[in-house]
Design a protein around this ligand. Structure first.
Ligand SMILES: [Cu+2]
Length: 173
């Protein structure tokens, strides 16, 4: 009896350890007051694109989008567009308490750079967005064809990313 008793205890301990490991692996939290509505990413066969969405904050404190990551891109930045040129947005995108903000072409957006493969319309891509309150939100975005906006996107990146190997073919500037 001591032997079988011990074996059962060992099995239970193993199950508990596995459960703890699974919880520990989770990279997102569900308790964020920030939600992403209708998130989408512009389809592309280049090495960069952007994530757009309507983002609302149901909480009582302002929260900012300060970062993001996805397995499809080696680098992700939070951008704004000023005078038609995009650049990294200092402090991130603020979502005021009880209000919403829109990430859209020509405006604030989450820039995905160093894409490892083509992003095809109709596919989906998960992006983990980091907020200033320390929470992370898993965003499941649809990839959509979007022709307009190319003009606004490329020039800014041409300037900014000149020293990076993911810039275009060198025809800019
Ligand atoms: Cu950008």
């Amino acid at each position: 009896m001591p032997t079988s008793q011990k074996r059962i205890t060992t099995v239970i301990a193993g199950v508990i350890a596995l459960s703890a490991a699974l919880v520990g692996c989770a990279t997102t939290t569900d308790d964020s007051a920030v939600t992403f509505s209708d998130p989408w990413i512009k389809a592309t066969d280049t090495q960069m694109t952007a994530l757009f969405a309507e983002v609302s904050n149901a909480g009582s404190e302002d929260v900012s989008i300060v970062g993001a990551e996805t397995e499809a891109a080696s680098m992700v930045e939070i951008h704004e567009v000023v005078d038609g040129v995009m650049r990294e947005k200092s402090g991130g995108v603020v979502i005021p308490a009880g209000e919403s903000a829109t990430l859209m072409p020509g405006g604030d957006h989450i820039m995905l750079m160093g894409l490892s493969s083509e992003l095809i319309a109709g596919d989906r891509l998960e992006v983990i967005v980091t907020l200033s309150d320390g929470t992370e939100v898993l965003v499941d975005a649809e990839i959509r064809a979007f022709a307009a906006g190319d003009e606004e996107y490329d020039p800014g990146h041409g300037d900014m990313d000149m020293d990076m190997d993911h810039s275009h073919d060198g025809t800019m500037d």
